[in-house]
Design a protein around this ligand. Structure first.
Ligand SMILES: C[S@@+](CC[C@H](N)C(=O)[O-])C[C@H]1O[C@@H](n2cnc3c(N)ncnc32)[C@H](O)[C@@H]1O
Length: 360
């Protein structure tokens, strides 16, 4: 579903806030869900929500405008710039009352929209470490099949938080993986078919790229990531803290370049499996970038053997109408299980990762 450019942005905002409210409720943020319900009513009545976004008519259904807005407001709450709003945001000591928060947000939009509008100019920068629950399971299957050390390279890494999946702990009804003192522990993260948890995973090289990498060595970078985590989602905020600590302890370079350019710099190396991974990135590629990425993956795969395999692991939306937030983990290997196997579905999960259901 794409945007009808003739539909005024205020009306689109009603739809977007309603849809995002349902998604936030589904994904564990009743606080944002309630605020967005009230924001949808305000937009429908032509209130400050509609006025704030009025000059951003070029934004479309894929632009996540409500999350741009709330990300900016959360950032202002975290920096202490909007104490009336912060008084109700739970992660900065507020009371977590969404109706009181909405009254403060509405006043902010009405009287100081210039504080909020800069947030509309850039997409949400989420680096969701929960998606490592899909990646780790995929990597275990790669090791189980090829028995080789892994070179892990990520497209659209953001801050690169998912480049250390082997440093985290995974707990589930189908088995556990990782140390008890890991900086991040995922509970109840897997269901379905058993994983090869005994496979000996060794990641010998890590790297990533992003059009706009987030620099975790700066307070600004961490603030950016934190502002886009929903303010009442204590579990994801704690995971972010753990993943940032792990990243600072073991820095990995994230190059500032398009995915296709980054792939041009990669090649196979004897005795290792090259894994190219991405999560919630492909929807942002235009047609030319998508084709260039495909061509580079095919180049890397051509000539791969069981001793020098290439693997593409993709955790991306399965729907294309912004209807059901289901994400599929798919894998293609060179050499493949059959000549035309393509990207095979290994698991399904949610936008933020767990629970991941294997062999759906
Ligand atoms: C929604 S974020 C996901 C980040 C990370 N993969 C994760 O799962 O947490 C999408 C990221 O893709 C990046 N991106 C979009 N198009 C890109 C491209 N052509 N090449 C590299 N990165 C891109 C954006 O800058 C953004 O950081």
């Amino acid at each position: 579903m794409r945007t009808d450019d003739q539909e005024p942005i205020g009306q689109r905002m009603v739809r977007w806030c309603e849809w995002q409210s349902i998604a936030c409720a589904f994904l564990g943020s009743p606080f944002y869900a309630h605020i967005l319900e009230l924001a949808a009513v305000d937009a429908a009545e032509g209130g400050p929500v509609a006025a704030t976004v009025s000059e951003h008519g070029h934004l479309d259904d894929g632009s996540a405008v409500p999350l741009r807005l709330l990300g900016r407001i959360h950032r202002l709450a975290l920096t202490g710039d909007v104490p009336d709003v912060a008084a109700h945001f739970p992660d900065v000591g507020g009371d977590g009352d969404p109706e009181a928060a909405w009254i403060a947000i509405r006043a902010l939009l009405e009287h100081q929209p210039e504080l909020v509008r800069p947030g509309l100019d850039s997409p949400p920068q989420t680096n969701e470490v929960g998606r490592s629950t899909a990646l780790l399971g995929g990597l275990l299957q790669v090791v189980d099949r090829f028995g080789l050390p892994i070179r892990l390279h990520e497209l659209g890494s953001s801050a690169g938080l998912n480049l250390r999946p082997d440093r985290f702990a995974y707990r589930s009804e189908i088995g556990d993986w990782g140390a008890d003192d890991a900086p991040v522990t995922f509970s109840d993260c897997w269901t379905g078919e058993p994983l090869p948890l005994g496979a000996s995973l060794r990641i010998v090289e890590r790297g990533g790229c992003d059009l706009a990498p987030v620099d975790l060595s700066t307070p600004e970078g961490v603030l950016t990531l934190r502002s886009y985590v929903w303010a009442d989602d204590a579990m994801r905020l704690a995971r972010l803290d753990g993943a940032v600590a792990a990243a600072r302890a073991e820095p990995v370079a994230v190059q500032a370049c398009p995915a296709s350019t980054y792939l041009q710099g990669l090649d196979r190396q004897e005795g290792t499996a090259l894994v190219v991974w991405h999560s919630v990135v492909r929807q942002y590629f235009d047609a030319a970038e998508d084709a260039a990425v495909e061509a580079e993956l095919a180049r890397l795969g051509a000539g791969a053997t069981d001793d020098v395999p290439v693997v593409h692991l993709s955790y991306e939306r399965e729907d294309d109408d912004y209807g059901t937030p289901v994400i599929g983990l798919r894998m293609q290997t060179w050499p493949g299980s059959s000549p035309d196997a393509g990207l095979e579905l290994l698991a399904v999960g949610q936008g933020h990762g767990p629970p991941i259901q294997w062999a759906p």
